[in-house]
Write a protein that binds this ligand. Sequence first.
Ligand SMILES: [Zn+2]
Length: 558
Amino acid sequence: MMTLLEKLTQPNYVKHIHSLNNREVIEYLSEDNSISEDEVCQILSNFLQYNTVYDLDLTDCTPDFKIISIENAASSASLYIKSGINNYLLVCNPFSTSQISFYQTKYGSQYDLSVHICPTDLFDEILENYIKSYSTLTLNESLITDISQNSTVENISLDSIHDENNEIIKIVNSIIFDSLKQKASDIHVEIRDEDLFVFYRIDGSLINVMNLRGRTYTEQVISRIKILANLDISENRIPQDGRIKLSINNKLIDFRVSIMPSIYGEDAVLRVLDGQRLSKNRQKVTLGDLNFPQLILDVFKKMLVKKNGMILITGPTGSGKTTTLYAMIDEIRTGLDKIITIEDPIEYALDGVLQIPVNEKKGLTFAKGLRSILRHDPDVIMVGEIRDNETAQIAVQAALTGHLVFTTVHANNVFNVLSRFRYMDVDKFGLVSALNCIVSQGLIKLLCSNCKVIDKDYIKNDITKIEQKFNTTIDLSNIRKAVGCSNCFNTGYQKRTPINEVLVIDDVIRTHLINQDDFQTLKKYALQHDKWIPNTIQLFNLLNRGLIDLKQFMSYID
Ligand SMILES: [Zn+2]
């Protein structure tokens, strides 16, 4: 049997270690070699020429959370600590060379940074003790009142986080601040048993970025979020929703907050609404920015010159439907037409567009807002989402009476839209007459270009079946699969791209739809007459270029 030291000279073994996340490495090596985690640290220390945590007198040290923030320390399993003029980097994964060299080049020349390997359990214990001793204040009732009264718009920056004395405020501010740095779309704060788990949704995947142990944190962190969102902190048995407006590095950012009771307490989700993303100071999103294939762009441009009718986008939540609608509106915005939207929530501010937010509490629903909009003499209307019969009927009427209507509805694909409307009990004739085109949109995960590898695990038989079904060939030599590295938070994926299917409605298709002919007849006609662009065109293109893996590909193939 090989020793750990011998295994460390095997490229495959090292490669496997690199695929583990920072918190798993030492535990894995300990179990795989039947030696203790302390022994693993010693062997790695000799092999890699680093020190271990046992070489340090921790009682003399203080953490520098300005260099590695509390939640970054927790998620990356690394800690920057100081003792006098000495600087130490504590790491649970000494193989994470990018991380180590980052701090060495950034601070090493100046401070002579020494690296110390630490078992993960001990690391968590050290971090927890530092976090506890780092703060002198505890959150109490009087402080809560003070904060809520003084909170107009708080400014959060690295300095303000560092100077903040209240530990809970510091943690919440760090969670929010880092979410923007990492370009997260949502922040999930979950409580399980006594512990607090923080996740960021980045490119569609939930990434665990921070865990805090103990009830002291869990309840106070949720309370702090509720205070910021002006919610009732004494109420913890019913769902609540609100908004937070914060100035972050002097830029105003909105968050939509949802609080949900759970068996352990409450969960919070913060959706980041970056209002300046599309405002005049920033680059606006155009159809050209969204990576649509030329075939689809051509269809969009033809549809957007029409003066009436309905353009319907369908797809799951978070698939970028609104962004596509905004880009379409941008395309037709000349200043000569009155464009009015009703949305829940307004995701971006659009120049020259009257945007109305839905406010269910005050009785401003989609349906009510839409009725008012029609009295406001619009040319183009965007309805954020059709969820009920009333909104659907008014939107159809608007499209039939000389308005161009953009809207979205939840459905799996373009052909399922009709049954979705049937379910809402919408008049079929009106709807089918109003429709100009249906677009389905999904976002597919792209493989991380840094760590993807050639995939040889595919089943030849499955591939042949797909090739036969779609009458195409798949370039087997280009199939890649996900691995995971520090660049992609160990998910193996990075960024997403839209996958679309478009059905243009002409009179023949209208007749098919009204007669409820079977979809095969409809698809055959639509394909022959260039009225249907199936999403398989994009899917095969991405697969053959090694940009998506078979798993993602198959999830879109019926
Ligand atoms: Zn990667």
